[in-house]
Structures are given as C-alpha cells and as structure tokens.
Design a protein. Structure first.
Length: 411
C-alpha cells in the first residue's frame, strides 16, 4: 500500500512542477509583449489607429506584428487572450503554499523563537496578509499617484520593505521570503484579473457595439503590465530562495529580500531600454553588481539560534510526538552519526559554511522537528547523505524508518 507520506510528497512535487511550467509561460509572455511593445516602429502606411509595427524572424519564418494603441476599427474574427498563464501560475502557487506552509506549517511556517503562535493563527496571517498589498497598491494606482509612476513605484517599494520586515518577525526565514514573493505575485495576478482583463473586455464590447473605445483603458492596462514586468525577477528570486540558506538564514534576510527588488528594477531597465533603443545602459549592471555584493555581505551574518539556544528551547507538540516514540534514541544517533557533520550550525565537512537548505540535525529537537524529511531523504530513499560523503549503514536507515512508522501507526 502506498504510504501517505510518499503520496503527499509526489503531490507536492507535481504541483511544484505545474507551478514552474505555468510561471515560465506567464513570464515568457510578459517579457515578450513588453519587448515587442518597445521595439515597435512607426510606419505611415499602417492602417488607421495603428501606432507601430515589428518584423521578427523565428522558427524558420517571418512574423509581422501591428499594434493598435486602443483598438482596430472593427472587431477581428479571431482574438487570442493571454490570461490563463497568470491565473494558473497564481492558483498553482497558492496550492503549493498551502501544501508546504499550511499543512506542513508546524515545520516550515512557524518559528517559535520569533512569535508564540498556534498553527491556525499562522495560517490566518499567511492567507490574510496576501490581500493587503493588492488593496493598498490598487488604491494608489487609482489615486493621483497613478499619474506619477516613479513615485508610485517608490511607495510600493516601501510597502514591500515593511512587509519583508514584518514577515521575518513572525515566520521562519524561508517562509518569510516565500510569503513576500507570494505577496508580490498576488499583486501581479490581481492586476491581470481585476484591471487588465476587465478593461480589455470593455474595449472588445465597445468594438462589437460599434462604439469607439476610450483610450484610457489601454493606458491603465499598459501601466499595470509595466509594473508586473519590473516585479517579475524579484518574485522568481524569492520563490527560489528557500533552497539557499544564505538568502533566508540570516537576521538580515528581510534587507536581502528588499535589495533584490532593486536588482529587478536595474536588470529590467537595461533590457527594456535595449529593446527600445537598441542599446542598454551599462550603468545598470554596475549597480546590480554592487547590490549583489551588498547582499552577499549581509548573508554572512550567522543565523540567530545557536546550538545552546536550540537545546534549551521547549519542544513543540509536533516535536514531542516524535521524540517520545519508541526507537527515537536509535534513530537520533543514526542521524547524528551520518548527517550532523553537514547539517550543523557550524558544519564540519570540508569548506561548507552553512547547513544544506538551512536544516540542522544536531539536537533531539532538531531531529524530531525534521522527522518527515529525514524519513524521505535518508530512510526510504538514499538521497542523503551523499554517497561520496559517507556510506550510511542500511541498518541505520532501517532505524529511521521504524521510528517514523511507529509514530504514524500510533496516530
């Protein structure tokens, strides 16, 4: 019979796969249309209402694209809508967040050394906080700030910095950065769902009714699409950050996340300018390098919790359940002898300075906290430890399997 833990891990993998695929589709479409818009060239021979054209070659053929700043004189017979890439990315990302940080919240979401919260309180903060950014941002766009895009982006950046700091006061480091990415991605998808698509539908309805569409709807959609363009790269970084403890495992993780938004602006500014003029400003790369050096320096700060802190910390109910089970002592020493040389607060393996994925396996609390991961990585599979690092005795793996299954059979 297929174990629930194995099935659940494959569900997580499948949803993550879907999320990556849809994100690639959304990002690719977004970058392509921004580049296309910037590369358009005027031509007096274009039809009425058209503002530019672009010739492209790809895949053995030539493409001729014409843009109408508002709409053509009549509704075309066939119209392709670009919306499901955004919706599918957000929905799959939300599902992944729920699987990892809600269902697995006791392990991945909450940090008892930062805030004394129940799992349900953490889930409510997790879900509820994602809407704050959209509401604030949308109201700013609809205000007079909508006519001052640079000031609007600066205020949005300030909001992101505040949220980055706030998340790091409550959640684990990896959950804080992931939630900041989800917070930003929610703004981006809401732009598509609540603004860009409804405005496009108004234009289509006007065309079908024989009315001349108002140009303001195109301007609104263009503003929101441009914002999404500049926010994309930081969101990708934040979604990848949970694999790199240098990004999330320091007390300055919230500053690192904030600076990443600035690198997103400099990188996109280079490419957007290049698409428009044929040459990008090289100073943007210099600024990006300086920002990444600053981020690297900030990442050198050690994580706040020491071995002594972890040993003294009171176990959570989740940890107590695994630590009190039969076979825990044998499993603990099996992990200690095979895994802790790397998964330590001060790793003793080669030139390693940080525990892989920020996972510590030194104290009884550590091992109990990561029981499911240990079971999957070093129990039923041989993913860990790396075979070129240490050859783990099959008997040690069996101790881990017996311990975790003992806990599950008692539920």
């Amino acid at each position: 019979m297929l174990e629930l833990a194995i099935l659940w891990d494959w569900i997580e993998f499948s949803v993550r796969w879907l999320h990556v695929i849809t994100a690639m589709a959304w990002i690719g479409a977004s970058f392509y249309f921004i580049a296309l818009d910037l590369m358009l060239r005027p031509n007096p021979a274009l039809p009425k209402g058209a503002t530019g054209e672009e010739w492209e070659v790809h895949g053995g053929g030539f493409y001729h694209t014409i843009k109408y700043s508002v709409a053509p004189s009549q509704m075309p017979e066939h119209l392709t809508w670009h919306k499901w890439q955004s919706y599918s990315t957000w929905l799959s990302g939300a599902a992944l967040l729920m699987i990892i940080y809600w269902v697995g919240g006791e392990l991945f979401l909450l940090d008892p050394s930062k805030a004394d919260l129940t799992l349900w309180q953490g889930i409510l903060i997790s879900g509820g906080s994602l809407t704050i950014g959209w509401v604030a941002y949308d109201q700013m766009c609809k205000s007079r700030l909508g006519d001052r895009p640079t000031l609007l982006m600066l205020i949005l950046f300030a909001l992101l910095v505040v949220m980055s700091w706030g998340y790091n006061q409550i959640f684990t480091g990896r959950a804080a950065l992931l939630h900041l990415g989800a917070f930003t991605a929610t703004i981006m998808t809401a732009n598509v769902f609540f603004q860009i698509m409804p405005n496009q539908r108004i234009v289509v309805a006007d065309l079908k009714a024989g009315r001349t569409p108002d140009a303001k709807y195109g301007r609104i959609a263009k503003l929101r699409s441009t914002h999404n363009n500049y926010l994309t790269l930081p969101v990708v970084f934040l979604m990848l950050s949970n694999h790199y403890p240098l990004a999330f495992g320091t007390e300055y993780a919230w500053i690192i996340a904030s600076l990443i938004f600035l690198t997103g602006v400099t990188i996109r500014h280079y490419f957007n300018t290049m698409h428009k003029t044929g040459k990008g400003p090289m100073w943007t790369w210099a600024v990006t390098v300086v920002l990444m050096i600053a981020i690297s320096w900030l990442s050198s700060a050690r994580p706040g919790e020491t071995w002594e802190d972890a040993e003294a910390r009171e176990m959570t109910a989740y940890e107590q359940r695994f630590a009190a089970a039969d076979g825990f002592e044998d499993a603990y020493y099996a992990v200690l002898g095979n895994c802790s040389m790397c998964h330590a607060r001060e790793p003793g393996w080669g030139n390693m300075h940080w525990a892989p994925s920020g996972v510590y396996l030194e104290t009884p609390q550590d091992v109990a906290r990561h029981a499911d991961q240990i079971y999957l990585q070093a129990g039923i599979s041989h993913a860990m430890p790396p075979p070129n690092a240490i050859q783990m005795d099959p008997a040690a793996r069996q101790m881990i399997v017996a311990w975790v299954r003992e806990v599950r059979s008692a539920r």
